[in-house]
Design a protein around this ligand. Structure first.
Ligand code: 5GP
Ligand code: ZN
Length: 113
C-alpha cells in the first residue's frame, strides 16, 4: 500500500484527527495554509475526482456536509471558509487519494492562485 492517506486511514502514519465515521476521516493538514486547515478524506481509495462515479454521490455529499460541520465547530460558518478539491497536476494535487481541503480563519483571494 503506497498511498499516504491510506496509511493514515490504516493508522500506520499518525495524524491529528478531528472527525471520523465509517466512510471518512478528517485530520489537520501537516502544512496548514490557514488557522484552520483540515482535510476530509474518504476511507475508499479514489485517486482523483476523475475516478468518481454515481456510486460515490452519497459519499461526496457527506464529505461536503462534514466540511461544513467542521467549519461550524470552529466558528467559521458565519465569517466564511474555503473548501477545495485539487484535481491533478495543474491544480496542485500532490496526494492522489481524493481529499477536501477545509480552510478558515483568514481572508481568501479570488481567483485562487
Ligand atoms: P493536495 O496538494 O494534494 O491538494 O493536498 C495534499 C495535502 O496533504 C497538502 O496540503 C499537504 O500539506 C498535506 N499532507 C501531505 N502529507 C501529509 C501528512 O503526512 N500528514 C498530513 N496531516 N497532511 C499531509
Ligand atoms: Zn489511498
Amino acid at each position: 500500500m503506497a498511498c499516504l492517506f491510506c496509511k493514515i486511514i490504516a493508522g500506520e502514519i499518525p495524524a491529528s484527527k478531528v472527525y471520523e465515521d465509517e466512510r471518512m476521516i478528517a485530520f489537520t493538514d501537516i502544512n496548514p495554509q490557514a488557522p484552520m486547515h483540515v482535510l476530509v478524506v474518504p476511507r475508499k481509495h479514489l485517486a482523483t475526482l476523475n475516478d468518481l462515479t454515481a456510486a460515490e454521490d452519497g459519499l461526496v455529499g457527506a464529505m461536503v456536509r462534514t466540511a461544513a460541520a467542521i467549519a461550524q465547530n470552529n466558528g467559521y460558518d458565519g465569517p466564511g471558509y474555503r473548501t477545495v478539491f485539487n484535481c491533478n497536476a495543474q491544480a496542485g494535487q500532490t496526494v492522489f487519494h481524493i481529499h477536501l481541503h477545509v480552510l478558515g480563519g483568514r481572508s481568501f483571494g479570488w481567483p485562487p492562485g
